[in-house]
Write a protein that binds this ligand. Structure first.
Ligand code: ZN
Length: 219
């Protein structure tokens, strides 16, 4: 159970930069390949931090880009929840409490990482719905950005290109749907919708690894 909560928190950490970026309309990101090496990841994170810093500085003076209020408020809600969760985890583990985010700071990473690292068994039950809520909120917000987008990748199972589309399915499930003639093995499919295989947004990292592995086989 603890592993699941930590996995949820790590998922939100992984997609946090996309969420923060998505609050500025017009920054639709293409399908993001997760970075493989720790070095590449560190470089990307450093870049993201620099960009965020510049943006924060900019937004104080010059006219900032218009902000998507729905996404910004989601990011703020998650930041507040992450700060609360980290504080509770710190108290339970008798560790120092992280300083709260400063004005204009939109960085949930330290709180999410702290909560994931020090979560005690007694808090798991309390933290589980919070972490799941963060995943849902992030997925929902990103769907506003990604919805309807066709991904420029080859499906590793039906080998067609451009058949993956991001959709919000009934019930609010944010997912990639393959519109090809596609029948992946059962263990590789999240679920099915209208006869097409569907992968919920939570599976995207795993899915991306499949795509990369398949691309490597071809190369
Ligand atoms: Zn397919």
């Amino acid at each position: 159970m603890r592993d699941e909560v930590v996995a949820d928190l790590e998922w939100v950490i992984e997609y946090w930069p996309d969420l923060v970026e998505a609050r500025i309309p017009g920054t639709r990101r293409p399908w993001r390949q997760p970075t493989l090496s720790p070095e590449a990841r560190a470089a990307r994170d450093a870049q993201a931090r620099v960009e965020r810093f510049e943006r924060t500085t900019l937004s104080l003076g010059e006219s900032p880009a218009p902000v998507d209020v729905a996404i910004l408020s989601t990011a703020l809600d998650i930041l507040v929840a992450a700060d609360d969760l980290a504080a509770m985890v710190a108290e339970h583990a008798s560790l120092p409490v992280l300083p709260p985010p400063g004005m204009g700071e939109l960085d949930a990473w330290p709180y999410l990482a702290y909560a994931a690292a020090h979560l005690t068994e007694e808090l798991v039950e309390h933290a589980a719905p919070i972490a799941r809520w963060m995943v849902d909120q992030t997925a929902r917000a990103l769907c506003l950005v990604y919805d309807g987008q066709t991904l420029d990748v080859e499906c590793p199972w039906c080998h067609e290109v451009g058949v993956w589309r991001v959709r919000e399915l009934p019930g609010g499930l944010v997912a990639i749907v393959c519109h090809g003639v596609c029948e992946p093995p059962a263990r590789e499919v999240g679920t099915w919708w209208g006869g097409q295989p569907v992968w919920p947004i939570q599976d995207w990292e795993r899915l991306a690894r499949h795509v990369q592995a398949a691309e490597k086989d071809v190369a």
